[in-house]
Design a protein around this ligand. Structure first.
Ligand SMILES: NC(=O)c1ccc[n+]([C@@H]2O[C@H](COP(=O)([O-])OP(=O)(O)OC[C@H]3O[C@@H](n4cnc5c(N)ncnc54)[C@H](OP(=O)(O)O)[C@@H]3O)[C@@H](O)[C@H]2O)c1
Length: 291
């Protein structure tokens, strides 16, 4: 196949580009940064600019992966809403039969965060032009080298006073497992469901996840400290003022809501069974402990 990967400079996109290349497919990688693009494993690299003609950019492709996103600001609305709309329009016009849109667990029109509501708008853009081989993939927390949430939480795991954060259940999934799932969904000739959860096998809290990261980096806290909700909200609001950072009110709210999903969905639709957290962390390189 010849597959276009949009957002190829991101955590998920660059692993998808590498996985597809290793499986013998041609990859046309799209990204905004001419500094990051050369490092992406692909045989064509296209730098995006304002006012792209998506029909021309997607010509000759058999499949498309949309793995773009941002935590806040104008980038977020462009990545979550505008680009999926333009890409879906071009891909359906060109008759591209396979498409995977990477969304997120919890995307819904009435979700509590703008992040998830805007993701839901992107989902609608895809669904309204949907061909039978197109699907929306909804991951829980994705971990892997260079992943921003993992790096942030690994920093917390390395603190001598390890914070405890009230959270809903999550099911972390390793980015290489997710990339294998995306490739398998593109390769399969069968019709796909409108949306598929992409989650790991273990249901846990963020505290469990931070502990697993701590174990992997060899960090043992002297004490653990539960962070009071109002203090966290204050930190989130302060971060909102600073600009697009991970520690935003939306991120904290999403942690509180959790990101649980159906662990049988990926095995069912593409034969990929994601590994457990300890196995995934052992396989992937994780940040070293800061001294
Ligand atoms: N990582 C997770 O835990 C997780 C969990 C659930 C869902 N997801 C979803 O999966 C998608 C990809 O996540 P990720 O972890 O790979 O994110 P990431 O590492 O932050 O990468 C985001 C990608 O989107 C691109 N992008 C951002 N704004 C853009 C814009 N306005 N126009 C064009 N490209 C833009 C970035 O390009 P630049 O390199 O040029 O900035 C980058 O390639 C996101 O939609 C995210 O919501 C991620």
């Amino acid at each position: 196949m010849r597959v276009g990967v949009i957002g190829a400079t991101g955590l998920i996109g660059r692993h998808v580009a590498r996985e597809l290349t290793e499986r013998g497919h041609g990859v046309r990688a799209f990204g905004r940064s001419s500094q990051k693009l050369p490092a992406i494993v692909a045989d064509e690299r296209i730098a995006l600019a304002a006012g792209n003609d998506w029909r021309r950019l997607l010509e000759g492709l058999d499949g498309v992966v949309l793995a773009i996103g941002a935590v806040s600001g104008p980038d977020m609305m462009e990545a979550h809403r505008t680009l999926p709309d333009l890409v879906a329009d071009a891909a359906s016009g060109l008759g591209i039969t396979r498409l995977v849109f990477v969304s997120a667990i919890g995307a819904a029109p009435d979700a509590p965060t703008l992040f998830l509501r805007s993701k839901s708008e992107g989902e609608t853009a895809i669904t309204s032009r949907r061909l039978p081989g197109w699907t929306i993939l909804r991951p829980s927390l994705v971990y892997g080298p260079g992943g921003r949430s993992m790096e942030f939480l690994a920093r917390l795991a390395a603190l001598p006073a390890r914070p405890r954060i009230a959270s809903g259940p999550i099911r972390p999934i390793a980015v290489d497992d997710l990339a294998r799932a995306v490739a398998a969904l593109l390769e399969g000739g069968q019709d796909l469901p409108a949306a598929i959860d992409a989650v790991g096998p273990e249901r846990m809290s963020i505290d469990d996840y931070i502990d697993a990261l701590g174990k992997r980096i060899g960090s043992r806290p002297i004490v653990t400290a539960r962070l009071p909700g109002p203090l966290l909200s204050l930190a989130g609001r302060a971060a909102d003022i600073v600009g697009p950072t991970l520690l935003s009110s939306d991120f904290l709210l999403m942690l509180r809501e959790g990101a649980d999903g159906d662990p049988e969905a990926l095995p069912r639709y593409c034969g990929v069974r994601p590994s457990g957290l300890a196995e995934g962390l052992a396989r992937l390189s994780v940040p070293r402990r800061r001294r």
